[in-house]
Design a protein around this ligand. Structure first.
Ligand code: SF4
Length: 98
């Protein structure tokens, strides 16, 4: 099982409740240069099934190829724009939640 070193501690990917954790890669991408941000994202979003993550939402709406590698979990405006461009559908579900 792959382990993700996070600063002074290590988190096991199985701690992540997000069903897209294996393909997302954001935490690993940010880890080298922004370890603190990477850890905060992991704890706030990836291990919290009730969190609102723009990346997860876009995975569900449009699939993995639509998710930019550096999109952050709070970037719903960007996620909505991508979904609208791909689907041509107005996006309101998460716009109201923000
Ligand atoms: S950043 Fe979002 S999509 Fe990626 S693993 Fe964490 S919760 Fe899932």
């Amino acid at each position: 099982m792959r382990r993700i070193p996070m600063g002074k501690t290590e988190h096991n990917r199985s701690d992540a409740s997000c069903s897209f954790a294996d393909q997302c890669g954001l935490v690993e991408t940010l880890q080298a240069k922004m370890a603190e941000l990477s850890q905060r994202i992991y704890e706030k979003y990836c291990t919290n099934p009730s969190s609102q993550c723009a990346r997860r939402w876009l995975y569900e709406q449009a699939g993995p190829r639509a998710v930019p590698s550096l999109m952050l979990p709070g970037q719903f405006d960007w996620a909505h724009q991508i979904a609208e461009e791909l689907n041509g559908d107005p996006v309101s579900e998460h716009a109201e939640a923000q």
